[in-house]
Design a protein around this ligand. Structure first.
Ligand SMILES: C[S@@+](CC[C@H](N)C(=O)[O-])C[C@H]1O[C@@H](n2cnc3c(N)ncnc32)[C@H](O)[C@@H]1O
Length: 410
């Protein structure tokens, strides 16, 4: 452990400005990076030892990054006083000022957020909120630097949460798993590949035929039920409502929507196997159902151009798309929704890590505000719902709570 790292274990109590701040500033000013990790210290020590012993140094294969912020968070005293918290906040601010990252994963596969929460600080605590704020700023800045392209995390930083994970964080799901054998991530990353991938309906899931990856799973049924209610701003007048669902999947939300007997129920679906299933199950014969075959990017823009239909509720839950697609969708939604209408979506944005889930919760709020809309979240516990993930390659939703978004014009 370096002297910087030792300082962040809070060897002196009470934690005072006069003891900690000058020392921290001294280390950072003297050139120790605010991202200096325990793993780098260990590698340096290994190299020195090998040099002394005239041996070749074995490379460190660890992919973790235990940063100064991790050490600070891990060392937070459980009995910390309010005045001390203020000093720790100042220390965090200094570390951020010197370039500390918010999203590194430590040797225990934890974010700084996980560690802060473990030390009895809540999601509402100033330290956790400061970390989320740093994440939001970093993501928005990154978007600007990328010229508007949304990338959740820095792909130039291999030590960060990987860009592969980033894809999963930012898209409509969860359900982005590789299928095509020669390009493992193509299905998740590329719609054209996904749309050519064979799908299979099982009892409790829609999966890709070859690799058995989940496109939709029935543990989300409760979420779909809640979402379907959101789509009817006036639950007493559902029979006069016109609703649009983007992404049929297993038809769970569409079944809930049908139960409300809406005036018109539009369903937009792009995958041929899903469309075939819809045909087989009689969705094409329902009087109030209108099926828009193809990608929403094509079919909805056509509706927009025609200018005949406006929706009381729009729901979005697709597969193999990215947050950039959602940003594009906002443009369409504002043109298709009635002034009092509601937009909602399956919120798996960043849900593999609770810190990222909290960061993206705020990013959506900021983005929809640009359209004169607000996003209200209702938090639901998922303790009873989450599956054991045994049947899929990896879990895509690791938070035991769900932020249900309800987006309306202000
Ligand atoms: C996760 S499933 C939807 C599950 C659905 N909410 C339910 O309750 O069963 C995603 C669906 O979106 C469809 N999809 C993916 N990209 C699409 C796009 N660009 N336009 C329309 N549908 C798309 C997929 O084929 C798939 O059927």
């Amino acid at each position: 452990m370096s002297e910087l790292h030792s300082l962040l274990t809070f060897p002196e109590r009470p934690i005072s400005q006069s003891y900690y701040l000058p020392k921290l500033q001294h280390f950072l000013k003297s050139g120790i990076p605010a991202t200096y990790t325990l793993e780098q210290v260990a590698a340096f020590e290994r190299e020195e030892k090998s040099e002394c012993e005239g041996e070749e140094c074995n490379a460190d294969n660890s992919t973790s990054n235990t940063t100064p912020l991790h050490i600070l968070a891990r060392s937070l005293p459980l009995d910390i006083k309010n005045e001390e918290l203020q000093v720790v906040m100042n220390m965090m601010n200094i570390l951020f000022e010197y370039g500390a990252g918010w999203n590194f994963i430590d040797y225990e596969d934890k974010t700084v957020g996980d560690l802060i929460l473990e030390r009895n600080q809540s999601r509402e605590s100033p330290l956790y909120k400061r970390l989320v704020e740093a994440g939001v700023s970093a993501e928005l800045l990154l978007r600007k630097l990328n010229g508007g392209d949304v990338e959740f995390l820095d792909t130039d930083e291999p030590e960060d949460i990987s860009s592969e994970e980033a894809i999963q964080m930012v898209s409509g799901g969860e359900k982005q798993e590789p299928v095509v054998s020669d390009d493992n991530d193509a299905t998740a990353a590329n719609q054209q590949v996904y749309l050519k991938t064979k799908l299979e309906y099982k009892n409790d899931a829609l999966i890709t035929k070859e690799n058995k990856d989940g496109v939709m799973m029935d543990w989300e049924t409760k979420i779909m039920e809640i979402a379907s209610e959101t789509l009817f701003p006036d639950l007493k007048a559902t029979s006069s409502a016109t609703v649009l669902n983007i992404g049929f999947g297993m038809g769970i939300i569409d079944t809930f929507i049908q139960a409300q007997k809406p005036f018109r129920h539009y369903i937009c679906e792009a995958h041929p196997d899903v469309l075939a299933k819809m045909r087989k199950d009689g969705w094409y014969e329902k009087d109030n159902v209108i099926i828009l075959e193809g990608r929403w990017q094509d079919t909805l823009n056509k509706l927009l151009d025609e200018g005949d239909v406006f929706f009381d509720g729009i729901y979005y839950d697709t597969f193999s798309e990215h947050y950039q697609d959602m940003l594009d969708l906002y443009d369409v939604v504002v043109g298709l929704i009635k002034p009092e209408g509601v937009f909602s979506f399956f919120n798996g944005l960043g849900a593999d890590r609770s810190l990222c889930y909290d960061v993206y919760k705020e990013i959506v709020e900021i983005d929809v505000a640009n359209y004169g809309m607000k996003c209200d979240y209702t938090k639901y516990s998922l303790d009873e719902q989450l599956p054991d993930w045994n049947d899929v390659k990896r879990s895509y939703f690791n938070c035991n709570y769900y932020y249900h978004p309800r987006i309306t014009f202000v």
